[in-house]
Design a protein around this ligand. Structure first.
Ligand code: ADP
Length: 601
């Protein structure tokens, strides 16, 4: 069968045929039953009626005989003859309707006896009175009784036949009932079997197809669907198998392409001279190039393990975990007797479904630059140092001259000297900052780490700025701080950092704006932030804002600032093993955040 439609139609046709057969069988049974009942009614009714008529005629004849016994009358003879005719009519009717065995014999006997009865009537009718009585008593009356007895037998025979026929009809009805029931049951079973067979024929290929589709959905392209039927589902299965073939080919090509791409990127990664580390979103290492292995002395093929398990460098891990951080990320790695410096750049690759998220970390050897930087710092430090003494004496001299200790000055002289004094002051600030920075950088400034209440430090540091803020109509919003903000820190240095950040925020915020200062505990760290909605820092400066002498050129007043404040802050925070970073949008504001280790952690 080639199509589901034909299968279903065939199913219906078979059911209709079976139902018709059952109906025909039922009609046939009911008809034969009706026929049987009809036969009994008609045949036996006629015979019984004829018998009754015969008895009636005979009895009337007997009455006529009794009448004639009393005296010969015309009427008696007439009654006798009329009923004789009627008797014969009834007898003929009964003889016409012989249906039962023995009925014919009885009728023959009635016929013979009645003939005798009729023939004896003449000798009765024409005989003398005594002869009449004799004939009546000896012939006619006995014959009358015998004939009546025969008729009674005839009726009994018919009655019995009727009972028998009724029993027959009952039996036939029962049989019809049983056979109709059996035929119906057989039909129902047959219809069920056909239905079951047909549905199986239709459903089982659909199930096969369903399993096949599920496998393909699970990316199993090996299994084909086996459907033998040639109907629509068979055709569908063929198309489905074609599709699987194409998918198989497609997957083969794809895998090949992927392998090539993978080999290509591995070759590139391995050929890059700088170390590369790729981690997934759970910070498991998924790719390492040779340079990275050499740098961290990784000998085993140790992929798919946690970063720190393979590379126990907390500082680098910190950068890997925060790929978006914009600060300058440099780590130091000691190898044999030399210290190497690496600039870390991290890049996050996120796939659309976010299940695949990788961080690519590139390390760039900046040891040489660092050395030059150190030399530069040393040079700056020396120069600054050399500057300090002459600057102090210039400062003092100018101060004395300006305060009139050396005699009066004319207006022009005073103006020129005041300008020189201002420049000397600024230069002194710069030199002091430079000296501070180089001291911290070279570790010459000792940090006095102890249990420090950051809440206290912040409150104390922010207080002196209140007046400046009020003057500039800027609101300082110091968040509600917790009581247990204890860090392991040098309170004075942290106060310096906070005051630098708040000072900057005030300097770069317009009148009417707001500065938010807060602190919080984050796991093993204390987080401090200063947020303003001032001018913000352009994107191109954000990376290097913590470098020396970097100024974003967004100053509202051009008076102060050496471009060293953030560099010193960063050095201080680094010396605390903390981290400082910036989030800023030009025109909207800046948020400087740093963290310090919590005391006791
Ligand atoms: P400076 O002494 O010039 O303030 P810093 O190192 O403290 O030096 O700051 C460097 C530069 O960063 C500033 O010149 C300024 O351009 C920018 N900057 C610092 N803080 C802010 C801030 N809160 N809003 C906008 N710009 C800022």
């Amino acid at each position: 069968m080639k199509s589901i439609r034909i299968k279903i139609l065939t199913g219906y046709l078979v059911v209709i045929l079976i139902l018709s057969a059952v109906a025909v069988w039922g009609i046939y049974n009911f008809q034969s039953l009706a026929g049987a009942i009809n036969e009994i009614m008609v045949e036996n009714y006629r015979s019984i009626k004829a018998s009754e008529n015969m008895v009636e005629s005979l009895e009337r004849q007997d009455s006529a005989l009794l009448l004639l016994l009393r005296g010969p009358t015309e009427k008696g003879q007439e009654i006798f003859r009329r009923n004789e005719k009627e008797f014969y009519t009834s007898l003929a009717r009964a003889e016409d309707n012989i249906t039962i065995e023995g009925e014919a014999d009885i009728l023959l006997s009635i016929d013979e006896k009645y003939y005798k009865f009729i023939t004896s009537f003449d000798s009765f009718y024409y005989g003398s009175e005594s002869e009449k009585w004799q004939v009546y008593n000896q012939t006619l009356l006995p014959l009358f009784i015998e004939i009546k007895e025969d008729i009674r037998n005839l009726r009994e025979l018919n009655r019995e036949a009727m009972v028998k026929a009724q029993e027959n009809a009952n039996a036939q009805a029962n049989q019809a009932m049983i056979s109709t029931a059996l035929v119906s049951i057989a039909a129902v079973i047959f219809v069920l079997l056909i239905g079951f067979y047909l549905t199986r024929q239709i459903i089982s290929p659909i199930n096969e197809l369903k399993i096949g589709i599920k496998k393909v959905a699970d990316r199993n392209f090996q299994q084909k669907v086996k459907v033998d039927s040639e109907d629509e589902i068979g055709q569908l299965a063929d198309s489905f198998n074609d599709m699987i073939n194409k998918l198989q080919e497609y997957e083969k090509i794809n895998i090949k392409k992927l392998v090539i791409e993978k080999e290509k990127s591995e070759a590139i990664v391995n050929n890059v001279s700088g170390p590369i580390i790729v981690t997934d979103k759970d910070n498991f290492i998924v790719l390492l190039n040779q340079a990275a292995r050499d740098l961290f002395s990784i000998t085993k093929e140790d992929l798919n393990k946690h970063f720190l398990e393979i590379i126990p460098n907390e500082q680098l891990f910190e950068f890997v975990q925060n790929p978006e951080a914009t600060e300058d990320k440099v780590i130091a790695v000691d190898d044999k007797d030399k210290r190497f410096h690496y600039k870390v750049s991290t890049n996050q690759i996120t796939e659309e479904d976010e299940d695949y998220q990788f961080t690519v970390t590139l390390l760039e050897d900046v040891t040489r630059l660092k050395e030059i930087d150190n030399m530069k710092s040393e040079f700056v430090s020396t120069v600054s140092h050399e500057f300090r003494t002459p600057l102090t004496s210039m400062n003092m001299s100018l101060n004395m001259v300006l305060s009139g200790d050396t005699g009066d000055l004319n207006e022009e002289q005073e103006e020129l000297l005041a300008a020189a004094y201002e420049d000397v002051e600024r230069l002194t600030d710069l030199v002091n900052d430079l000296l501070d920075l180089s001291k911290i950088e070279s570790g010459k400034i000792e940090m006095d780490f102890e249990k420090t209440d950051i809440k206290h430090v912040i409150t104390k540091t922010v207080k002196p700025f209140q007046k400046q803020a009020d003057d500039n109509n800027i609101k300082i919003d110091l968040e509600e701080l917790e009581d247990n903000l204890f860090a392991r820190a040098d309170a004075n240095k942290i106060s310096w950092v906070i005051s630098n950040l708040v000072g900057n925020a005030l300097r770069y915020s317009p009148s009417g704006s707001e500065i938010k200062i807060g602190a919080d505990i984050k796991g093993q760290k204390i987080l401090v932030y200063v947020e303003d909605n001032g001018s913000g820092i352009p994107k191109e400066y954000q990376n290097k804002i913590f470098d020396k002498f970097v100024r974003a050129g967004n100053d509202l007043d051009d008076s102060g600032g050496t471009g060293l404040g953030l560099a010193i802050s960063k050095e201080i925070i680094n010396a605390h093993h903390g981290r400082i970073w910036l989030e800023s949008e030009e025109g909207k504001g800046s948020k400087f955040t740093f963290y310090l280790p919590r005391y006791g952690y």
